[in-house]
Design a protein around this ligand. Sequence first.
Ligand SMILES: Cc1cc2nc3c(=O)[nH]c(=O)nc-3n(C[C@H](O)[C@H](O)[C@H](O)COP(=O)(O)OP(=O)(O)OC[C@H]3O[C@@H](n4cnc5c(N)ncnc54)[C@H](O)[C@@H]3O)c2cc1C
Length: 440
Amino acid sequence: MNVVVIGANAAGMSFAAKYKRNQPADTVTIIEKRSYISFGSCGLPYFVGGQFDDTGRMVSRTPEQAINSGLDLRLETEVIAVNRLEQMVTLRHLGQDSQIAYDRLIICTGARPIVPDFGQYNRDNVFTLTSLEDGLALRAALSEDNKRQVCIIGAGFIGLEVFDAVHPTGKHITLIEREPHVMSRQFSPELIEPVEQAISASDTDLRTGCSVSAIRDRDQGGYCIETDQGTIEADIVVLALGFRPNTELFDLAKNDHGALLADLYGATEDPNIFTAGDCAVTHHQILGQPMYQPLATTANKQARMLADKLAGKATYLNGFLGSSCLKVLDYELACTGINEPMAKAHGLAVKVSTIHDKNQTDYCPGQEDISIKLVYHPETHVLLGGEIIGKKGVVGRVDALAVAISAGMTTAQLGYLDFCYAPPFARTWDALNVAGNVAR
Ligand SMILES: Cc1cc2nc3c(=O)[nH]c(=O)nc-3n(C[C@H](O)[C@H](O)[C@H](O)COP(=O)(O)OP(=O)(O)OC[C@H]3O[C@@H](n4cnc5c(N)ncnc54)[C@H](O)[C@@H]3O)c2cc1C
């Protein structure tokens, strides 16, 4: 069996490595247009912020390791066409085109940053952050003392991670978000407001409800960013406006985002073509529907499950909750499952309950506020989602919540769940127990 994988990053390499281990007799060819593989973009904000210097630490597998494991790896080779009838892909390497046949094609082409048409401007100091090259270029620009003003457009995951990385450099930051709140797709206004206040208090010009219409070159160098709240000046601009799946090449069914439609295990409408990662939909565990949730966690798991499925092995995939987290200044933010806007968009009746509690006892140093919002079924009280924001102990609690949701637990069961307690970590009734008991 000839298996061809397009893309050698999180999804492509996870798939290829697992597939080859499962079915060593099959030929697995993996095509990657870049010169490196298995690059963890998730590390980029921290590299840009100077938390570590060695870019190799973002690479989990070298080309040599991939080749030594039996994979036929083709670097700096781009797939430029797929002929589904003849089961053939066209490759371009150093300007030369060639073809390769497949029995099974696995599309793991990922996504690229959205760059809106903001007019004509020089790109020298306007950055997106996805590749190693992006990270090196942004870090180099930030190291220049004469570049004092940074404007980040978009305050979702990447925008806020970049903000958090740049903030300690002492540069002046303007953070622009079109929605009324930062992270508005993931977090409720009442939970996110303290984080927004902390951002503003950190000498940052946070502009929410602010829409960018154009970027112009400034006469003395740098940029003018035209917005509906006036003109903002910047030496460095970071565009963090979301991602678009790399799927234009494929004549296959897609959702509104352009993500390839596939079943729970990555099977597309073509029986010989499968997909995983940021180029494809994932299935939401609660909504039971395909969604676009581009995350490293889902890309890796989806790809591995697909490899097991194709080997006829039992798999455990039951869809995804979209569990995710990030750090902003002293705050930890995390969420899982569905939130109110998602429920509304899908016509799902839910109840919600919010508590403001403490992460631990007051007599041990480190007590902080923690806010928890639960989303649950109005009659059965089965947990459907949750968001937690605080300064300590947030992510572990959301992980616990993800387990509770996956297990189909109710708010009442969460209220009595046997969580750990010792004074430096919690209170006798953990904040999650309290959230479960308060939800009615
Ligand atoms: C700055 C940043 C921070 C992030 N932080 C987190 C985080 O904290 N947690 C989290 O869960 N996720 C995070 N993510 C998301 C995560 O990185 C992605 O979900 C993950 O990389 C998706 O992997 P993938 O293999 O599907 O796609 P990609 O990583 O996009 O890889 C696709 C690969 O396909 C190759 N390719 C594309 N088209 C072709 C073609 N035609 N021919 C040959 N090769 C091709 C590309 O060169 C690329 O190597 C972050 C992303 C970024 C950018």
